[in-house]
Design a protein around this ligand. Structure first.
Ligand code: ZN
Length: 504
């Protein structure tokens, strides 16, 4: 074996061994969210902190740096999108990044966010932003320091965005989200002005939880989530995590008197899960076997939740089964009423409860505000006022308390600055991918009407999942759609669906 090849093998082994630790950590965290007895929390936190430290040591081991430096100029790295090229490129990117942030800053951030999250819980409970604001200011200051350590070409926010969406640039994302906002605000206003409201109360009838479990499981299996390689459990905050190449865990929550909560939650998390299950398992723990970016990950959940799961063709197939399982709630409800109800658009204050159209405005508000703080244009003390003004401006409503305003999300208290925009990027990518699939596969609606989701799922497997991190998000988007990121398709799809409902 050539020297180069044996070095590369060494590199892969190092990364795969690290993934034994990261997947173990993920298992401990999954267990903490789903099964852990209340009094076991302290020891679990110690385990997690210790393991995270060991992982960090391995990831910043100077010997790893030497190996990567040697390989960076080798033939194996020449084609940066090949499996070997992507492995070297991405592991080096990760190593360089981690090595740039001083250990003291890592510790300070860990402490500030741990304290911050506890303070946030209290502040939200007591509706007292003032008690949280100084800590939030500290967190943002540390994030600015992190951006400085990481370095950037354009603005400091670029460095933070790059953590979640490698290769994305603030000015490009901002341009697309600005355009989206200028078209969405009038659309939402038009809908409000139509004066029509679908019969949403049918979704608040009684849906027995055991039957919601049956239905959610059937639908997720049908669209392609493989329960032989995954599980569905119950948690207050739904999520998806992978614990190994054949072990994807998704969670949901059930509300006996609200249909959407579990059903669309399960479709959403299944979309994430189908992505994880579609990665090449032989590359587990290596960049070609890892998800591309958070925006691309979110596109997969939104595709199934909204573009497929809220389409009429999906329900032409599933509605008879829904009526069979929930006769008391749905027997007298025509399909079209149900379809309108699940697509109802109405401005609301809470992001996680927002509908498909207004959701993006919630994200745009957060994206604009966190940039303003990082750029020094906004002080954290003035956040509630700025928050309320933007809600008034974009959604036409303003919260009467900070608990249902600026204090509603955990992200900033956890140091997740630069994260929010990936939710909207997911919606934008989803709309563009869906259109590309339609161009290549033909009449998706007639397939969905027949309950045939296989060709679409396989298309996603082949065009997106199997490529792992061989391409960045923007590159992958381009490769699959032939176009750059744009808001046009998302808007057209929303208008096409909502216009007949609201008579626009
Ligand atoms: Zn998601």
């Amino acid at each position: 074996m050539s020297n180069e090849k044996s070095r590369f093998k060494q590199l892969c082994q190092q990364a795969q061994e690290t993934s034994y630790l990261t997947s173990t950590l993920a298992l401990l965290e999954w267990d903490q969210q789903t099964k852990l007895p209340a009094l076991a929390d302290d020891y679990r936190s110690d385990q997690i902190t210790f393991l995270a430290g060991e992982i960090h040591k391995r990831q910043t081991d100077p010997r790893l740096g030497d190996l990567l430096d040697e390989l960076a100029d080798s033939k194996l790295a020449a084609d940066k999108s090949s499996d070997t090229g992507a492995t070297i490129r991405e592991l080096k990117r990760e190593f360089d990044k981690r090595s740039k942030i001083p250990a003291t800053l890592v510790q300070e951030l860990a402490k500030a966010t741990s304290v911050g999250q506890t303070m946030w819980v209290h502040a939200r409970r007591n509706n007292n932003f003032g008690s949280f604001s100084p800590q939030l200011k500290k967190i943002f200051e540390l994030k600015k320091a992190e951006a400085e350590s990481l370095g950037f070409e354009g603005c400091p926010y670029d460095a933070l965005l790059d953590e979640y969406e490698p290769g994305a640039k603030t000015h490009e994302v901002a341009a697309v989200l600005d355009a989206l906002r200028s078209d969405l605000v009038p659309l939402v206003a038009e809908i409000a002005a139509s004066g029509y409201s679908p019969p949403v109360e049918i979704l608040r009838r009684q849906f027995p939880i055991e039957l919601q479990q049956v239905f959610g499981r059937e639908a997720s299996t049908k669209i392609g989530f493989d329960y032989g390689r995954g599980r569905l459990d119950v948690t207050p905050h739904p999520f998806c995590t992978e614990l190994g190449p054949n072990d994807c865990r998704i969670t949901t929550r059930y509300d006996e008197y609200f249909f959407n909560s579990s059903f669309f939650g399960i479709l959403h998390e299944s979309g994430h899960g189908i992505y994880e299950q579609g990665l090449r398992s032989e590359f587990y723990g290596l960049p070609p076997g890892k998800y591309c970016s958070l925006g691309i990950h979110e596109s997969q959940s939104r595709l199934w939740e909204n573009l497929v799961g809220r389409s009429i063709s999906f329900w032409q197939y599933f509605y008879p089964r829904a009526q069979e399982l929930f006769p008391a709630a749905l027997q007298d409800v025509p399909l079209n009423d149900f379809f309108q109800a699940i697509n109802h658009v109405s401005p609301s204050l809470i992001r996680v409860e927002a509908d498909e159209a207004t959701y993006n405005l919630h994200i745009i508000i957060r994206f604009e505000l966190e940039q303003a703080i990082i750029n020094g244009e906004l002080d954290t003390d003035d956040l509630p006022m700025a928050w309320n003004e933007k809600y008034e401006q974009y959604l036409g409503i303003a919260p009467s308390t900070d608990a249902e305003g600026v204090l509603q999300d955990v992200h900033w208290s956890a140091g997740l600055v630069g994260y929010f925009s990936t939710y909207s990027l997911g919606n934008l990518y989803a709309s563009q991918f869906f259109e590309a699939a339609r161009d290549e596969l033909g009449d998706l609606d007639s397939m969905f009407r027949d309950g045939d989701f296989v060709p679409f799922k396989q298309w996603l497997n082949e065009k997106i999942h199997r490529l792992g991190q061989c391409y960045s998000g923007p590159e992958l988007g381009h490769r699959v759609t032939g176009q750059g990121l744009s808001h046009q398709l998302l808007l057209r799809q929303l208008r096409d669906k909502l216009s007949p409902i609201y008579g626009l």
